[in-house]
Design a protein around this ligand. Structure first.
Ligand code: WTA
Length: 652
């Protein structure tokens, strides 16, 4: 399409065709689609063969008892061997695996051989601490190399890890440790964020005080801050790991051996422990990383800005890049410390070629101004990725023009904690892309969009996104709650996986994601359930009742808006909203702190007592109210509207 013709189109109507140079060298080829369509199982069989297996499989997929799938039945492998040992054995031990950049500017260069030594030592240390195959290990860490090393060490000895994002509160950590009955917690004294140290060990102390299953706490010294010490239970990383042998003979585990549990928000107050297993997960993560990020391990430098506490950090910081022998950057801190050009300085410093980040970050940079990226040499970049929430066409175009200098393909990748790996995305070098669309299911994945009755809709129509066939990296269940697994994902539409997202096909058959259709909010690409925040609010002594909605937010995608009824005797005043916001941050973590709290006298309810969040969303987004006729008392909305005018809100 010529430049001028393009100028006249709105962002949504533009189409970017892959450049012939990129296409000729791309790892992904269009015949992958044909192969996968012709024989899906043999397609996945081929992908699995890119990994090293100790024992081959007798069957690619066992899908007899839907929704329980087994992939690569009977096969055995070790994840850390696939991520490290095989690269060293192939002569690439001196290749850099991780360029670590601390927020304060301290750096580490870790080669694959270094990684092998450090992971082996950590595996030996975990064994000395009593961890055996199948035992769960909780990891609560800042973004430092030891986080990834701990994950790999767990996989080496077959101990499923449960990484808990370091921004979660002591209470969130406690409930996750308890649910998984973890016996060891790996943490650090703290980490650096926005120029200052924050504490982690103190939260672990609080969390494990009431959990007898936790026998040991392994602590990395990162900030040198003072910590409380329980000498029966706590062990410094340096005291136990450094003295271990750098040799460790790995065992091989069944393809369906549990690899990790990762908690994510559902529609109830209790987070779900999403269970992933070994062979299928690694197969799909390695395959998607190879074809979607087009990785050339000899020359690329990849940087994914996600924290290991989220699924993106699991699949595309830890396992995907390392399984492919890639070189990557890990950055500990925030984008504006010590200045707003920090990310672009890092891209220039390491010659980053592939950047994977979230729309919320892109929109923040747009707001800060073009001068920050433009002050740095970003010419090394050749591919850009987006994940976590729908990317609006304006942000997509800015990413392309200002960060990618108009010559980097953009892959908008749709997936979930539950799917384990990317499901819907363009293939760079193959797919012509539209700004704001994730385009279509990747080869090997089958998706449809259904209407309320469960009938597939065609081009030009929207509905609920479903996945119609099992995929290798799919979740195998919710830890300890198979019923909830079936109920949440497989009951809405018979034998199809219901993702919880709305989507539409455009006239050309491209998929546009439209956000969640359930009570899950998406704040800066992080999932938080309305019920979780409501429960946190009502746990405060002054709160009688609370209703929470996700309201559109220019930067964070959605922002949390809470409507709160105070208990009789509690008075609204300037400090109330502030105190409640701090209370939610303490209960769940800072990411769940409401953007705005409105103290109201009543909440809109139906005659059966159900809160009508739709109307509250209208209020929060300053829209004309929708239909109020099903309200038990339609006049309530006037009261809420008046309350809004005089509200105390987000000024702290
Ligand atoms: C949303 C993150 C639109 C979606 C990998 C999904 C997206 C939820 C995209 C999963 C995208 C993720 N376009 N929406 N490219 N990627 N989402 O489990 O609502 O943290 O259901 O996994 O994020 O969030 P999760």
């Amino acid at each position: 399409m010529s430049g001028e013709a393009l100028e006249n189109l709105s962002h949504e109507d533009r189409i970017f065709v892959p450049s012939p140079e990129f296409a000729s060298k791309a790892n992904g080829k269009s015949d992958l689609y044909t192969q996968a369509q012709t024989d899906r199982n043999s397609f996945w069989d081929e992908q699995a063969k890119n990994l090293d297996w100790d024992t081959p499989w007798s069957q690619v997929l066992d899908w007899s008892g839907a929704p329980v799938s087994k992939w690569f039945v009977g096969a055995k492998l070790n994840v850390s061997v696939n991520c490290i040992d095989r690269h060293v054995a192939a002569g690439n031990g001196q290749r850099v695996a991780i360029h670590f950049e601390g927020e304060r500017g301290d750096t580490q260069t870790i080669t694959y051989k270094d990684l092998l030594d450090r992971v082996s030592q950590t595996a030996n240390a975990l064994t000395e601490l009593g961890i055996k195959t199948g035992d769960r290990v909780a990891i609560y860490m800042p973004m430092i190399p030891e986080a990834v090393i701990s994950m790999l060490a767990c996989t080496r000895i077959g101990a499923p890890h449960s990484v808990v994002f370091g921004g979660f509160s002591a209470e969130s950590l406690r409930s996750r440790i308890e649910d998984a009955s973890a016996s060891v917690v790996i943490t650090a004294d703290g980490g650096f964020r926005k120029g200052s140290p924050f504490g982690l060990k103190s939260a672990v102390d609080e969390a494990v005080a009431s959990i007898p299953s936790v026998k040991k706490v392994l602590v990395v010294k990162r900030t040198e801050q003072e910590v409380n010490w329980n000498s029966e239970r706590d062990v410094w990383w340096d005291d136990i790991v450094s003295k271990q042998s750098t040799s460790h003979t790995p065992e091989f585990f069944d393809s369906e051996h549990p690899l990790f549990i990762l908690y994510t928000s559902g529609t109830t107050g209790k987070p779900k422990g999403i269970l992933h297993t070994t062979g299928g997960y690694l197969t799909q993560v390695a395959y998607t990383y190879r074809v979607i990020f087009d990785i050339k391990p000899e020359t690329d430098v990849y940087w994914c800005t996600a924290d290991v506490g989220w699924i993106t950090g699991h699949s595309y910081v830890a396992y995907g890049p390392l399984a492919n022998g890639a070189t990557q950057v890990i950055y500990e801190g925030t984008p504006d410390t010590p200045h707003k050009g920090r990310w672009w300085e890092i891209v220039a410093k390491y010659g980053v070629t592939i950047l994977y980040t979230a729309p919320t970050a892109i929109r923040t940079f747009m707001k800060w101004g073009d001068e920050f990226p433009q002050a740095h040499d970003l010419s090394s970049l050749r591919l850009l990725g987006s994940v976590g929430e729908p990317i609006n066409p304006e942000a997509w175009m800015w990413y392309r023009e200002i960060i990618g200098s108009n010559n980097c393909p953009i892959v908008d990748t749709w997936w979930q904690t539950e799917t384990g790996a990317i499901m819907i995305s363009p293939l760079p070098g193959v797919t012509a892309t539209k700004p704001g669309s994730a385009m279509g299911p990747i080869p090997g994945i089958n998706a449809e969009i259904l209407d309320d009755a469960g009938t597939a809709v065609g081009h030009g129509s929207g509905g609920y996104l479903v996945l119609t066939k099992p995929w290798p990296a799919m979740l195998r269940g919710i830890w300890g709650d198979m019923e909830r697994y079936k109920e949440t994902y497989w009951s809405r539409f018979d034998s199809r996986y219901f993702a919880g997202d709305g989507a539409k096909w455009d006239e050309d058959g491209a998929i546009w994601l439209l956000g969640r259709v359930d009570d899950v909010m998406n704040i800066s690409g992080h999932r938080i359930s309305t019920t979780e925040v409501e429960s946190a609010l009502v746990s405060h002594p002054t709160v009688a009742e609370a209703a929470v909605v996700g309201a559109a937010d220019e930067t964070t995608g959605q922002g949390i808006v809470a409507f709160v009824i105070l208990r009789a005797g509690s008075v609204d005043g300037p400090g109330v909203a502030k105190e409640l916001r701090a209370h939610v941050a303490k209960e769940i973590g800072a990411i769940a702190r409401p953007r705005q709290i409105l103290i109201v006298a009543e909440l809109p309810k139906t005659r059966s007592g159900k809160i009508m969040r739709r109307l509250l969303r209208d209020v929060a987004e300053n829209r004309t109210l929708g239909d109020v006729t099903t309200l038990a008392d339609p006049t309530i909305m006037n009261l809420i509207g008046e309350g809004l005018k005089s509200s105390t809100s987000d000024d702290d």
